[in-house]
Every structure is written in C-alpha cells, then in structure tokens.
Design a protein around this ligand. Structure first.
Ligand SMILES: [Zn+2]
Length: 261
C-alpha cells in the first residue's frame, strides 16, 4: 500500500486544484496521505481538509520549530492542540512536525529546544507518535531524543543525516522510522543513497513533503503526493528490490507507526 507519509496539502500552493491533486494521488496508487499542519492556522485548515477525506487523509499537528513564534502564545497553542487531539480521535494520529532547525534562524535554538521538549511531553501524554523535523541540528536533536524519547514511536521526516546518524536513530527503539523524500532521487545525493541502502526496509517510510522537495525529473516544480511513487521507485533501485516490495513494506510501517488501517 503506497502511502505519502508527509504532505502539506492545506497550503495555498494548492488553492486552485487541491481536489484534483488528491484525485491524481489516488489514481497513481497513493492509498493514504498523512497531512501535516505546522502552526495553529494550519491546524484548522488541515482539519477542514482531512474531514473531507475520511479514511484517506490523516493528520499530524504540531508546532514546526521555525513557526514557534508565529503561534502567538506557544504554550496556549499547545494546550489547544491537546484539546483538538482529544476531540478528533482517529483523525489526528501524530504530533509534529516538531524538532530543531538551525538552518533557518527565525527562532533561537534555546527556544526551539524548549518547545521541542514540551511537544515530546505532550505527545507522551496524548499517547501519540512524534513526527520529527531536523535541519543542521542532528547532534542536539539526538541528545534530546536519547534523553527524553527512547523507546517512543518516532518518524524522522525527510531524513538528512548520515548513515551513522540513521543507525543511531534506529537504535532508539523498534518503533523509530527513517523517512525518505524527493532528494533521494537526485543523482548526486550520495549520502542519502547510502542511507536508503543501509536502513532496513522495515524501518523506512516514503513521503513527498509536498509542495516542497520535488523528486527528479520534476525538480523545481511544485511537488504533490502522486510523486511519492518516484521516491519508492528510487528506493527499490537502490536496495535492489521491487517497487511493490517498497510500497507494501513502507505502507505497513506507516500503518503500524500511526495506528491507521
Ligand atoms: Zn513538512
């Protein structure tokens, strides 16, 4: 079952053709989509959208590390997030994306760490898996995960670390998954190719992160869930297995991680 484990279909990029985009995903064989709402206004638009696609679209909601200060009072926002999760059982299946992003300098690292840890705690209280975003911050992120989230259910979204860091993540527990996105299809992404080869298929997910990270040969254009197939095909090529095996196993992983049918 091919599943796009990370999409942002609520964004304005799809204002003109959102329904057609989702229909194209279905026709390409994408059988589930996890849409990710990154700040309070996006939580609302994500909820609205997902309610139109019951059993097809599921949600992760959280405060993205670069959006923390856009949330008004982030503590009040997280309290509201707790209520949204309780009011929407089976629809909001994960907390995130949360994590650390030292590439974008909008939010100081210390504040990012505080709200990353608060969201790890909130996810524990709500019994939800974590969707983790990490950019240029892997040592700090791994330290926090080891200290606070060992044994937890975790998706490492659009993994950008080294093969050794992927192994460290996997060692955190049997429910940690490394998610591969469009950049693995780029010819010169040697380190990502190595991650795709070394991470076992039963610990791997595929995603688009659309509208971002468009895979080859559509690089530079808007991304969409139908193109998660290109990511799965590249993984198959790198691992020397069939596309069907990749789709089947990564789909099983998504359903196990997020508890969706
Ligand atoms: Zn994302």
């Amino acid at each position: 079952m091919l599943i796009d484990a990370h999409a942002h279909l609520d964004l304005e990029d799809y204002a003109d053709d959102r329904a057609e985009t989702i229909e194209r995903a279905r026709q390409t064989g994408v059988e589930r989509i996890l849409n990710v709402g990154v700040d309070p206004p996006r939580w609302n638009s994500s909820l609205e959208l997902a309610r139109r696609y019951p059993g097809y679209m599921y949600l992760a909601l959280g405060l993205h590390p670069t959006d923390i200060l856009r949330a008004g009072n982030p503590d009040a926002a997280l309290e509201r997030l707790g209520n949204i999760v309780t009011e929407n059982p089976g629809l909001v299946v994960a907390l995130g994306e949360t994590g650390l992003d030292y590439y974008h300098e909008d939010v100081p690292p210390d504040i990012q760490k505080i709200y990353f840890e608060k969201q790890i705690d909130l996810a524990a209280r709500l019994n939800l898996p974590l969707v983790i975003h990490c950019r240029d911050a892997m040592p700090d992120l791994l330290a926090i995960l080891k200290q606070k989230a060992a044994g937890r259910k975790i998706m490492m979204h659009c993994f950008t670390g080294t093969p050794a860091e992927a192994a460290e993540c996997i060692a955190l527990g049997e429910d940690v998954f490394i998610s591969m996105a469009g950049p693995v299809t780029f010819a010169k992404a040697f380190e990502r190719h190595e991650v795709a080869r070394t991470v076992p298929l039963d610990r791997m997910l595929v995603e688009t992160d659309c509208p971002f990270l468009t895979p080859h040969p559509f690089r530079g254009r808007r991304n969409e869930p139908a193109r998660v197939r290109l990511v799965a095909e590249k993984i198959a090529e790198l691992k020397g297995v069939t596309y069907e095996e990749v789709a089947e196993q990564t789909g099983r992983n998504v359903r196990r991680l997020f508890g969706i049918v």
